[in-house]
Design a protein around this ligand. Structure first.
Ligand SMILES: Nc1ncnc2c1ncn2[C@@H]1O[C@H](COP(=O)(O)OP(=O)(O)O)[C@@H](O)[C@H]1O
Ligand SMILES: [Mg+2]
Length: 103
């Protein structure tokens, strides 16, 4: 989508950020229940200059950046989001929250 929108220079980074945010959202949302799979939403928006990635999930806990030690095998996702985005953040919604990143 980023390439179609003329933001090819940001497509690879966008893919990485979407992957990190979606993985976190899925893990926070829990498992398949009788109601079906957890709902996770992805929105992309652009204004020709910036690309805004937003991922919504139904969990109310807000993400916290961890200090991953040199040997840690997890806990670097939000560090990547922080390093690679212009800005990022979270906000609550009626059904949970959204984590967003701006490229
Ligand atoms: N969408 C989310 N909802 C709730 N907690 C989150 C979410 N995303 C991240 N977190 C919390 O922030 C921590 C750090 O996330 P991250 O840096 O991606 O590391 P990892 O996913 O490897 O644990 C997670 O372990 C989790 O506790
Ligand atoms: Mg993660």
């Amino acid at each position: 989508v980023a390439r179609e929108w003329g933001l090819a220079d940001r497509a690879d980074t966008a893919e990485l950020l979407v992957s990190e945010l979606m993985t976190n959202a899925l893990r926070a949302s829990g498992r398949l229940t009788t109601l079906g799979p957890p709902v996770v939403e992805l929105w992309l928006a652009c204004d020709q200059v910036s690309l805004l990635i937003q991922v919504g999930d139904g969990d109310e806990k807000m993400p916290v950046r961890r200090d991953a030690g040199p040997d840690a095998e997890s806990g670097r996702g939000l560090l990547l989001v922080h390093s690679l985005s212009k800005d990022w953040g979270t906000y609550r919604t009626a059904s949970g929250k959204v984590v967003w990143a701006l490229l």
